[in-house]
Write a protein that binds this ligand. Sequence first.
Ligand code: PLP
Length: 358
Amino acid sequence: MARAYNFCSGPAMLPTEVLQQAQQELLDFRGSGASIMEVSHRGDTFVEVYEQAVKDLRDLMRIPNDYEVLFLQGGATQQFFTIPMNLLSDGKVGNYLITGQWSKKAIAAAKKYGQVHVAASTEDENFTRAPRQDEIQLSDNAAYLHYTPNETIGGVEFDYIPQVDVPLIADMSSTILSRPIDVSKFGIIYAGAQKNIGPSGLVVMIIRKDLLGLVDGLPNVFDFAEVAKNDSMINTPPTFSIYLAGLVFKWLKRQGGVDAMAKVNQRKAEKLYQAIDGSHFFSNPIAPESRSWMNVPFVLADESLNSTFLTQAEDAGLLTLQGHRSVGGMRASIYNAMPEAGVDALIDFIHAFEKKYA
Ligand SMILES: *Cc1c(COP(=O)(O)O)cnc(C)c1O
């Protein structure tokens, strides 16, 4: 059986090379006589895997020394709560940019821990673009500005990093490692692993050290300062997910790092948008400057053909193109692990489908 091109938004495709290596090492991890899943997280074998993964991520993203790398659990969703829990000290206000479903969830969670403020929103334009810098209005006493650089469901991506004089917090779940970013512009970057890093069950957080320990008395597993102090191992971490993330980091290095990935990702996205824009049968509503490189939603002019499109795509080895249940239509998620050949195959399929049905 051949591997299909899987356009799932998450858990998403992993590089075949990575899965093959994991398969080859599964029973006897590098001569240890056991699977990496079966050894203590405090033993030398796993600690080496953990330290190498942190180091490789630091290299890939050029993470400055005044930042900690944390491996957390509970998904990005849990961090919607733990971030205000850790940062909204007395009377401070959590500021949010609202650009789609994920940023809405983030602000809803923060309301439980303190005051929040919408610093900009594009909801009245149906989330078809990112707000501009000059539209961002912070509240008094702002603790931070949280935003979602890439809205996975709507396919809206910021083409700039907002500049504010409070810590900038970014939910990069669906865009981390897809292009180079200047980490020093951020207070916190966090990402659920299952889109561009590895298997679900793991969150990667990059946090500036001065943001640790601002609020006292938190449960230790939710307290970023405690997690940092314990090398992300207050309790048993998701060891297999960390191991696999480490293999993905090595794979990214072999591809030439995030600079090389950015070139391929931009090319993949541009040709797919071109195919959609060049057609009378398919369309994408997002403003060109805010179009995501990672998640490309599109709709058919004749929605009654949606299920025909999906069935025939699947027969052609193009999986999971159905859009999010909240917006309908189609969505192609084309993260780092989606080969350019997969995008080419989708474009060929789109052309052929239009020819047949338009
Ligand atoms: C997928 C996703 C989430 C949710 O991640 P979970 O790990 O399922 O909690 C949050 N934010 C963004 C931008 C996402 O793409």
